[in-house]
Design a protein around this ligand. Sequence first.
Ligand code: TA6
Length: 273
Amino acid sequence: MEKIRLQARDGASAEILTHGAHVCSWIPANGEEQLFLSKKSEFCEGVAIRGGVPIVFPQFSNLGPLPKHGFARTANWHLVRSGQIEQGAAQAVFELKQTAASLAIWPHAFRAELVVTIAEQSLQLDFSVENHGDAELSFQSALHTYFQVNDIHTTRLHGLQGLRYRDTVTNVDDCVQADEVLTITAETDRIYADLIADVHIEQAHQVLQIRQAGFSDAVVWNPWLEKAAQISDLESHAYQHMICVEAASIMQPVVLAPGQVWAGMQLMSVDTK
Ligand code: TA6
């Protein structure tokens, strides 16, 4: 698997693997690593990477007959181009098309594209899917971003108040986020529907703003101690240093007519306090 290193003129950098078009590292200009990557992650063909930004497509979790979270995160993507673009930003473009293996489990011709752009304090991920077949297709998708945090106990999430969510831990639908601040104090696995505001991850030293478009939902996941201990490629105490906030389309799968294109975006920007 090939690793692409992006460097913007201002020093911001990112690393992306062709395996899964997987963003493994993002360091803003004059900043520190923002993505969590498990030290126990395996980097081998056919295996999903634990951390960074796995691309979930065309199925979320086990909500269908496909492998968990679909096949895009373990597929070999094609690098279309990479390098610096206007105003010193750096960008890499990857594409994935149907293969004999994907057609065997998901009978659709498609082209998926991930555009990774870094500059200054931000990372932008543009994900799109085009239906190349002659029949309608539908899919779920997520940018399953793992953020690195210094201490989960003092990390505060904003921007979810008033939203409906499905609690995947208790299997209760139609919960409502009452509080303005969400702190993680136990295993948390929630699908928030119909986002309206940006989500902010607040830590003592910085605030990371997450804006999304195209994707209607957001997933918040932390396995906490017991669940983490059951995940073989995650160190059991790593849960203290990670939080997944995923831009997702799950509740309402995306439906594409032949020739139609769908696009979703997750834009992350760091503001040091
Ligand atoms: O997005 C949250 C979630 O679906 C959790 O339920 C949890 O299983 C997580 O993804 C990780 O899944 P993975 O297949 O990468 O172990």
